[in-house]
Design a protein around this ligand. Sequence first.
Ligand SMILES: Nc1ncnc2c1ncn2[C@@H]1O[C@H](COP(=O)(O)OP(=O)(O)O)[C@@H](O)[C@H]1O
Ligand SMILES: [Mg+2]
Length: 406
Amino acid sequence: MDNLARKLDAITLEKSGVLRLTLTDFRNYPFLRLNLDPSPVIITGENGSGKTNILEAISFLTPGRGLRSARLADIRRIAPALVNDEYAPTEITPYNWAVSAQILNNGNEFEIGTASEKSSKETLEDGIKTFERRIVKINGAKVSSQAELGKYLQANWLTPQMDRLFRGGSQPRRSFLDRLVYAFDLEHAKRTANFEHMYREWYQLLKSGKADKNWLSSLEENMAGIGVAIAAARREQIAKLNSFIEKEPDDVFPNVVLELDGTIEKLLDTLPAVDVEDYYKNLLRQQRKNVLYNDSVDGINRTDFKVYYKKKRMPAELCSTGEQKSLLISIILAQSKCQTLYQGFAPVLLLDEVAAHLDDLKREALLEKIRDLRVQAWITATDAELFAPLRGYAQFLEIKNGCLFR
Ligand SMILES: Nc1ncnc2c1ncn2[C@@H]1O[C@H](COP(=O)(O)OP(=O)(O)O)[C@@H](O)[C@H]1O
Ligand SMILES: [Mg+2]
């Protein structure tokens, strides 16, 4: 065992994971409570029985919009009895949804939870507007930032939607990369949310044609500042993973080389950050007219995250579906190990229908790696037999009619 592997081994001797999970009016669950130990959890059940919903609930115990990138309003349970004759869901349950959990973090226990809360705000144009937002509690006390959750629980996920990650547009790849950054840099979630907010405001101001020049300049200055910080954090993350993979290549899953294709990220190769900020500020100013003509606006919101199959020197988008799944698993494994070394505790893995597209050898190798890493992997499947090698080690749960049975 080399040094890194020994360090990893020492950290994961202390288990981390979810010990109790409670859902209230979350998706199809009016109420659900699971008592667990920190070993892997295999959830089986028919299509539509609520497997992914459980993984999504856990993903809400980390910053962001969860593994489905859902709108908060879609999560609140729709009671079937309230669906009217036109099959349109009418007023939903009067309660807001909530997810809470008792967490084991390196041997210490914590209570963390999140819920949606309705609030209203008075605006000049629209009068009183109600909106939903997510509140977060740690050990019973409300905290102001979702980023706080990252100190207690971290989660990496793989979902069937991600099977198309390498082939479609660049936005989901950027979000995927930004999530990898959050694990190491809790501020990154705030930064990306702030940037998006300012970008939307800038865009709408320009579209309205009523933009105040000073206001635009000040937005551009702020966007450039935060944008360069985002670009720098992305670069750092990619360098970290590439160098980790170089040192600790996986023996089964195809190792990757990661790359960033973005104007601002590239400039950071040669220029100090302050100069790149100036450049970005001017770039935004020059692109004001792009907004009017519906042309794209260059910047960190256009950066692409490129993945290559290292041994084959093949871009991921040209690899087979099975290979792409394996590449994603390889990134998630490297990320999880890096994260464990950095944070001093292991993340949970949320693997939704992960066995699809994997051959027997790869599936069994993945299960072995999950055992070696001692992570609490949550795995959903329609067939429990595929995970037979974990019998006696993992917890097998089956969903029937919204209830879970062991
Ligand atoms: N807000 C909601 N209220 C009630 N049911 C929901 C809501 N959102 C999704 N569902 C239902 O949850 C069920 C289970 O979904 P899912 O967890 O994706 O199933 P699977 O077991 O196939 O992963 C689906 O039938 C879906 O219609
Ligand atoms: Mg599912």
